[in-house]
Design a protein around this ligand. Structure first.
Ligand code: FES
Length: 99
């Protein structure tokens, strides 16, 4: 764990390990975690707002607000709060170069 992570796992550590990549860095999640949980366990924010109001960590956490979009390496967007982690999933959390 590095300084500034938004979440700290305190329970359910026995689930299967899943390796994902966040901004090119391989990190460990647990089967059943959402992508939002996995990202916030490893860094202090989910993404940076394209509207310039700073780092974001999601808002509704239930698929309604659109505050948690991240991109797969191929550019397709994912809602982090409703996407379960999967082995080999790779996402980018920086600003979308297409915007
Ligand atoms: S945090 Fe609201 S849609 Fe994901």
């Amino acid at each position: 764990m590095s300084d500034g992570n938004r979440l700290v796992r305190v329970a359910e550590r026995a689930r299967a390990r899943v390796a994902i990549r966040i901004d090119g860095r391989t990190v460990e999640a647990l089967a059943g975690d959402t992508l939002l949980t996995a990202i916030l366990l490893h860094q202090g924010h989910l993404r940076h707002s394209e509207f310039g109001d700073g780092p974001r960590a999601g808002f509704c956490l239930m698929g309604a607000c659109q505050d948690c979009w991240v991109r797969r390496e191929d550019g397709r967007r994912l809602r982090a709060c409703t996407t379960p982690v999967a082995e080999g999933l790779a996402v980018e959390t920086g600003p979308d170069p297409a915007w």
